[in-house]
Design a protein around this ligand. Structure first.
Ligand SMILES: [Zn+2]
Length: 315
């Protein structure tokens, strides 16, 4: 078991993939309508009505983009927690592309809010070029140029991962950690991985590449794929992360900003807030991805020295 800082029983990594910032945006509304069509075909009338109400509200009375971020930061600050936000950089005019441009005024306001709350800005890697070192580098450079912050962490859109090929591309582009390893459609950690692990170093290489911070639970898997809601969703979420807590591991939560401050999807936020409450009562070490990466590298270095082996270079 990893001795987390301060003798904490487990570590907590709160994270948010920013897929959307605009409520009234063509691509988003098209995606919502397609989702409603699928729900009707599957006979999910109640959910389809709720989703239709949401589309109507977004068109007629879009909410100010910063409100969802405010709700997240307030919920986390209550317990002294902070989180990491992954900013998407990809083609705008593409089916699975970005739904905002990094140069948008509102994106700047969102970033200012995140950074002034002491949270971290990471890269939400694009859908189409997951094994392309130059694309990762270009995305990091754009964020650095726009916001003056070069991200050290990455998580790919739709959790797109091609194993070592993806990790090597990210490592070669200069990232320190990735957090893409996780289930898109199931609850709980993938392959039972509950602690950070090394990835992305070619065989025979003298450095250890990236630190992978494995995902424990994503909101979409809970509410969309498993179809839970309200109290049931909270119970299922708690059960899914239970083994990570019991094993003294790293609990990594992914909750999208899209579902905060949403009257129709109220329980997505409600479950997140209840989870934070329960987790806080257990006194975890909550840190940003960058902090966890740094700590993990130092700890591994210390262990390697103690066992007389050469350790990985400090990041
Ligand atoms: Zn995404």
């Amino acid at each position: 078991m990893a001795p987390w800082p301060g003798g904490a029983p487990f570590a907590l990594f709160l994270s948010h993939d920013i897929d959307h910032v605009h409520d009234r945006e063509m691509w988003r509304i098209l995606a919502d309508l397609n989702h409603i069509r699928r729900m009707i075909l599957k006979g999910e009338g109640k959910r389809a009505r709720m989703a239709t109400a949401r589309v109507g509200r977004a068109i007629l009375n879009p909410k100010p983009p910063l409100r969802a971020f405010d709700a997240i930061l307030r919920a986390e600050a209550q317990f002294g927690f902070k989180s990491t936000f992954f900013l998407l950089h990809d083609h705008y005019w593409a089916r699975h592309g970005a739904r905002y441009r990094l140069g948008d005024r509102v994106v700047r306001e969102v970033v200012d809010l995140i950074v002034s709350a002491g949270c971290e800005l990471g890269l939400h890697g694009g859908y189409y070029k997951i094994n392309d070192t130059d694309a990762y580098r270009a995305s990091r450079d754009v964020i650095a140029r726009e916001f003056g912050i070069a991200p050290v962490g990455v998580r790919n859109h739709y959790l797109r991962l091609d194993g070592e090929r993806t990790w090597r591309a990210q490592a070669d582009a200069g990232f320190n950690y990735d957090s893409t390893f996780g289930h898109r459609d199931q609850l709980g950690p993938k392959e039972g991985r509950v602690r950070p692990f090394w990835v992305g170093a070619p065989p025979g290489c003298d450095h250890r590449g990236l630190v992978e911070l494995p995902l424990s639970l994503m909101d979409v898997a809970l509410f969309r794929c498993a179809g839970f809601d309200g109290e049931q969703a909270l119970d299922a979420a708690w059960q899914a992360i239970g083994p990570v807590i019991a094993g003294g591991g790293l609990v990594t939560l992914l909750w999208h900003n899209t579902y905060f401050d949403e009257p129709e999807y109220w329980d997505w936020q409600w479950v997140y807030e209840r989870l934070l409450e329960r987790l806080a009562a257990l006194n975890p070490w909550c840190a940003t991805g960058a902090e966890i990466d740094q700590w993990w590298r130092k700890w591994q270095e210390g262990r390697a020295k103690a066992s007389g082996q050469p350790g990985p270079p400090s990041a």
